[in-house]
Design a protein around this ligand. Structure first.
Ligand code: C2E
Ligand code: CA
Ligand code: CA
Length: 400
């Protein structure tokens, strides 16, 4: 190993990071930033030594330069794929075009976990933010960010936020008893120059990792509150559900900021439902409780999204000031066929009723599923069978 940063032994409790770059200055710089945020970092300048290093230590995170003389980053990615690597990978490149594209295609095809790419030259603050985030997420290593189908770098995202390229699509929520539209969920989209839309699964993880989720949410939310007038005209008295990232549940100023933003638009907070996941709440339960309680006191509705996929205990749930449980789509998809899914849905309904919460089932793709959910006692349904997420312009033509 040619590095002063190699961990002293293979048993280190710290998460391990490997940086591979033929330019020693850059490799060492990345390694020292990684050490600063709590990684045990190893710098490698000769990519031919990769296997030896990888086999010896395994690594939680790999920062990989794509352009290297002996053995380039694409070859290393192929190697990682053949090793069935579960490391999180950050790509570095001075090129934005073909090389990054090939790297991403290859990585996606092999199920590698590409977190994001960093263009050279990069700012140390940008790198530090990303590594810091990964270091914090290390405990939830196995559910790291999903692989984007198109590689998005934090700086590309930043330009797009500044340009205001994001908007929401709105998916109707239907009262199953009478088929009335009683609300909408706002789902973010990234508008491309050719008019196509990028899915949030591709850019939300990058926004979270690079510390931009707050800015992205605030700027987009503001414009969607303008849409609320149209939504209310389409379905008078409706609610609007918005998703918040787990990271935003550590911002103690959130309740005040959200409340004053909503009031600026003369919207009653009771008409806004905040969706959060169990993992978001459990990250720091005390802080999350503080924030959620204050949001609730200000009148906002509070929903547990993807309910049933997290690990909140009943005791923790009981403490939360929530108004709604949103049954995860994985239990809804095969509900008419799966006996186990049915048991989970039934017990969630009983739990919600006992706690005085309303239930929403998402991912309803067939009308038989909607009928079954209704007979089981679910209050509200959401899914392709009842209405797809749509732009505000298209929504008008469907609902009226
Ligand atoms: P989610 O909050 O669980 O949203 C539901 C997802 O299921 C949406 O995907 C929606 O389009 C999709 N969906 C709705 N009905 C059906 C159906 O019948 N079948 C199937 N297969 N899918 C259905 P989408 O819009 O791609 O959003 C994915 C995720 O991205 C969301 O999952 C949410 O976690 C996140 N997200 C979306 N917008 C935002 C946002 O503004 N902020 C944050 N932090 N996350 C967001
Ligand atoms: Ca949601
Ligand atoms: Ca969900």
């Amino acid at each position: 190993m040619n590095s002063p940063y190699a961990p002293s032994n293979g048993q280190s409790q710290q998460p391990r990071l490997l940086v591979i770059d033929d330019e020693a200055e850059i490799a060492n710089l990345v390694a020292s930033v990684a050490q600063m945020v709590g990684f045990a970092a190893t710098a490698l300048t000769d990519s031919r030594e990769f296997e030896k290093a990888y086999e010896h230590d395994g690594f939680d995170t790999i920062v990989l330069d794509l352009v290297m003389p002996e053995r380039d980053g694409i070859e290393i990615l192929r190697q990682l794929a053949s090793l069935h690597s579960r490391s999180r990978i950050i790509l570095m490149s001075g090129f934005d075009g073909a090389t990054l594209y090939t790297a991403n295609q290859l990585a996606s095809a092999h199920g590698l976990d590409i977190v994001c790419s960093i263009s050279k030259p990069f700012r140390i603050s940008e790198l530090k933010l990303i590594l810091d985030k990964l270091q914090q997420q290390n405990t939830s290593f196995s559910h790291g960010p999903s692989i984007p189908s198109r590689l998005i770098s934090p700086s590309e995202l930043n330009y797009a936020i500044k340009r205001g390229d994001f908007c929401y699509y709105y998916q109707p929520q239907i009262e199953l008893g009478n088929r009335r539209v009683i609300g909408f969920e706002a789902l973010m989209r990234w508008k491309q120059a050719d008019g196509s839309m990028v899915s949030p699964a591709n850019f939300i993880p990058v926004a979270e990792i690079s510390g931009q989720i707050g800015e992205l949410t605030w700027t987009t939310l503001e414009r969607s509150l303008l849409d609320f007038k149209t939504l209310d005209w389409l379905a008078p008295g409706c609610t609007l559900s918005v998703n918040l990232s787990p990271d935003q549940l550590s911002d103690l100023s959130l309740p005040d900021n959200l409340s004053s933003l909503v009031r600026q638009f003369y919207i009653d907070p009771q008409r806004i439902v905040i969706e959060i996941t169990e993992s978001g709440i459990l990250r720091d339960l005390t802080v999350a409780l503080d924030i959620l309680t204050r949001l609730r006191l200000k009148g906002f509705g509070m929903s547990i999204d993807d309910f049933g996929t997290g690990s909140a205990t009943l005791q923790q749930l009981r403490q939360l000031p929530i108004t709604e449980l949103k049954i995860d789509q994985s239990f809804v998809a095969d509900l008419t066929r799966g006996q186990k899914d049915r048991i989970i849905v039934e017990s969630t309904i009983v739990l919600a009723q006992k706690l005085g919460l309303r239930t929403v089932a998402e991912g309803i793709e067939f009308s038989e599923t909607a009928e079954l959910l209704k007979s089981l006692g679910v209050d509200i349904g959401q899914g392709f069978a009842l209405g797809k997420p749509m732009s505000i312009e298209n929504l008008g033509s469907i609902i009226t």
